[in-house]
Write a protein that binds this ligand. Sequence first.
Ligand code: BES
Ligand code: ZN
Ligand code: ZN
Length: 463
Amino acid sequence: MDIKLIQKSLTKTEIKFITKDELKKSRYKKLLDIAGFEADEGSSCFLYEKEKLFIGVEDKSNDSLRAACALAARNIKTTNFSTVVIHVNKKNIKAIAEGLILGDYNFNKYKSEKKDKKITIELVSKDSQDLRELLKEAKITAKATCFTRDIVNTIPQDINPKTFAELAKKLAKENNLTCKILEKEELKKENCNAMLAVGRASTFSPRLIHLAYKPKNAKKKVVLVGKGLTYDSGGLSLKPATSMVTMKMDKAGACAVLGIIKAVSELKLDVEVHTFIGAVENMIGGNAYKPDDVLKSRSGVTIEVRNTDAEGRLVLADVLDYAQDKVKNPDCLFDFATLTGACMVALGQYTTGVMGHSSKLKHLVSKNAKEAGELTASLPFNKHLKKLLKSEIADICNIASKPYGGAITAGLFLDRFIKDENKNKWLHFDIAGSAYTEAPWDVNGYGATGAGVRMMVEYIKNL
Ligand code: BES
Ligand code: ZN
Ligand code: ZN
């Protein structure tokens, strides 16, 4: 898709967003009535002779327009029109451009026939000069989200801890980032025993990837940690067959932090960003780690393993500890992880669970997420749930003793690895539901959504 910003267009084919109230007064009402179009949200109607594609919207908010544009991008591809016009203004251009790019996204890497029609969108506005920067920002952010989606969607045969590290190296080179990758021997020296245990039965040993964007005169320092399970079979606590399908997406947290650093560096924001990724594959085999093992994590905290499918928190325990040693006094420390099915049970598939100690920080991040078009909700910690992680033989258990509140107990497990000085700077984002979808919703088609990217770019931009 090509998106151009112009002052006046000669192209006639136009996309129009229309509410139910506007439909009543529309000069096309008769024709739209005949077509049975009622301007319901998510519905569309093409009046070919009039060269107009109508998309029903509830209102003209940016959230509605973003989703409507994603729908429009999909619809236009089914016609023979290749250039279309949308009228924009300063307030909505970002949502419109992002919606178009995200809706146009199509993952066809494994299709023999790559059917992807290229369309050109002309965004028309009288004051197009003022809108250039906003369009540029929208394009960078949406393309970084698609970059994240591409990696998440790529199959575990192609992305394993080794190839994930190569991919990160390539991004570092292209975007002028520093890059350090720790392999098995270095991880042993670093005492990353929890992370190593999770990856032990895989043919590909774990990698810890550290990328950094360090602009001159950075005014803030952000640390982002991502869960990068390139495949989660559950390990010896094996997942049932149907739950294992889609577990290529268990690297979505790591892919999100890559997308974020890509966007931030391309936008040249004056904020230093460090990303730390634990790239690991959780498999079965004679040398697999076991329920009953006790692992000594990098921080020294010992962990009783009672379920090898609660592996993400083990990887994050070591990566969070490493990150806090390498970057001192950050302004914020965020981790992104497809950590628990329980988060989906609690909040539904569309909402990212946000956990942490600082209500102020949670509130600020959620405000930016809302602005960027992502749904978040706070899941509150409490001391009673914390007690459920008690172990009789080690410092902590990797699963709670009771089945309820699983997203929060996972967050509380991570909390054990957050140093005191970072407690109020840390937030945990559970993207288990929001990172992947098997049915289109909002700006998302089938597969990875790129959850976390837009909200973080917005947050970092506003720091
Ligand atoms: N990767 C899964 C969480 C997950 C589930 C992500 C479904 C996306 C969709 C994680 O490693 C896991 O298996 N968690 C367990 C934890 C349990 C054993 C305490 C879960 O959620 O069932
Ligand atoms: Zn698991
Ligand atoms: Zn997992």
